[in-house]
Ligand binder design. Structure first.
Ligand SMILES: *Cc1c(COP(=O)(O)O)cnc(C)c1O
Length: 409
């Protein structure tokens, strides 16, 4: 008799975004009228830029002629694209070789899949609150116990609380852990760590032969030149860190799909020589993945060209101006506000320590603005609320205006 993977049954019921969708639908049905203003899900809204579009068009045109048609490509991505990613890192004084770069269909798939090359008995540590795939992929793989309703925590996972007391960057775990997920700049808190802060984790990982899985999906949103855009800017990180990134947020490829993972040759874990982890990820990708779309990779090459990078800077600036509008609007209202400076998320403290979901309902009912309850990202998010800077400027302005005029504080 066939059996399911019963680990799926451990997943906490009501994944965050479906629950937001359900409550929103219910609200709209009961309160028809002007549309709700969405500052909830981190989804891009602005059209692709000219040079990137040219690359995508070129990708299509290449397929139209027998001389330039291509079928399956390298599972690791086109050589030229991998070289362009190497060049990008050289701008942060990080030296990679293209064998260390694995092009993919996005950072979320990589963040979910990467755990599969590590043993089931590894102890996993995550920031709390965190982007949900880090925990859920490990639950499904069987690296955790049950979900505890009262604490909203899984047995067997080490949670690293991120709160006001540690300005949303955690101390390294007190016990020995093996796989550590760090998202920087952080979704949802919008906090962006310094080199010194990241170094504490690099030092810990080297000492404990742990691996840091570093999600840099928002690296392009860092404006402060002192802050690291890649974990490999910290000495020794190439011995202990895998970095994942994507073009989703800074180029608008959320629906187009293109990401990459860096698995350094020098990375070592228990019982391996340098190079073996890199080979494992290669093997995993060759087995399960047939490469990113060739059309999309042409778009990606244009995105990494000088012109494409300039366009991306403009797109990022557009969203970061939204972040500024949200941040300043809330500060004017007297809110305690974090993030939104080097990251496109504003993390606000709910008034009078209101429950995150209660504030979600209040904001929706009083102002017709949709946000994301902080507690949906983990128990330390309780009493906080995330507003996303992804949206049209006019809509963001309207939303902030509505909060100013209609929220009963
Ligand atoms: C949006 C986001 C990603 C991007 O995922 P893609 O699959 O590349 O679209 C990755 N990590 C975090 C934390 C994100 O918020």
């Amino acid at each position: 008799m066939a059996k399911i993977n019963t680990n799926y049954r451990k997943l906490a019921a009501g994944y965050l975004f479906p629950e937001i969708g359900r409550r929103t639908e219910e609200f709209i049905t009961n309160n028809p009228g002007t549309p709700v203003m969405r500052l909830g899900i981190g989804n891009t809204t602005e059209p692709l830029t000219p040079h990137v579009l040219e690359g995508l068009h070129k990708g299509v045109d290449l397929l139209s002629k027998v001389e330039t048609y291509s079928g399956y490509g390298d599972e690791q991505g086109m050589a030229q694209l991998r070289e362009l990613i190497v060049d990008l890192y050289s701008k942060y004084s990080v030296t990679l070789n293209s064998q260390e770069v694995f092009v993919s269909d996005g950072a979320k798939p990589d963040a979910g899949n990467i755990q599969s090359i590590f043993g089931i008995d590894n102890v996993v540590a995550v920031q709390d609150p965190a982007y949900p795939v880090y925990v859920d992929s490990n639950v499904i793989a069987g690296r955790t116990g049950e979900h505890q309703k009262e604490s909203d925590l899984y047995d067997g996972i080490v949670y690293m609380p991120c709160n006001e007391d540690n300005h949303f960057f955690p101390a390294v775990p007190e016990q020995k852990v093996d796989l550590i997920y760090i998202c920087n700049p952080n979704n949802p808190t919008g906090y962006t760590a310094s080199k010194e802060e990241i170094k504490t984790f690099v030092d810990y990982a080297r000492e404990n032969k742990a691996v840091i899985i570093y999600d840099a999906a928002y690296a392009s949103f860092i404006a402060d030149l002192e802050l690291p855009k890649s974990i490999y800017e910290i000495d020794g990180a190439d011995e202990c860190a895998i970095e994942i990134n994507s073009l989703s947020k800074n180029v608008g490829f959320t629906g187009v799909r293109l990401g990459w993972a860096i698995v350094p040759q020098k990375l070592v874990v228990e019982g391996t020589d340098a190079g073996e982890v890199n080979k494992l990820w290669n093997r995993r990708q060759c087995t399960f993945f047939n490469g990113a779309s060739n059309i999309v990779q042409q778009g990606g090459m244009h995105a990494f060209s000088a012109k494409g990078l300039e366009e991306s800077v403009e797109m990022v600036a557009y969203y970061m101006n939204n972040a500024k509008i949200i941040r300043e609007g809330l500060i004017d209202l007297g809110f305690t506000v974090y993030g939104g400076v080097n990251a496109p998320y504003v993390w606000l403290k709910t008034p009078n320590n209101m429950d995150s979901w209660k504030f979600f309902d209040k904001l929706l009912i009083e102002t017709r603005v949709l946000g994301t309850p902080g507690s949906g990202f983990g128990p330390s998010g309780q009493g906080f609320f995330r507003l996303s800077a992804f949206g049209h400027k006019e809509d963001v302005e309207r939303a902030v205006e509505s909060i100013k005029n209609n929220l009963k504080l």
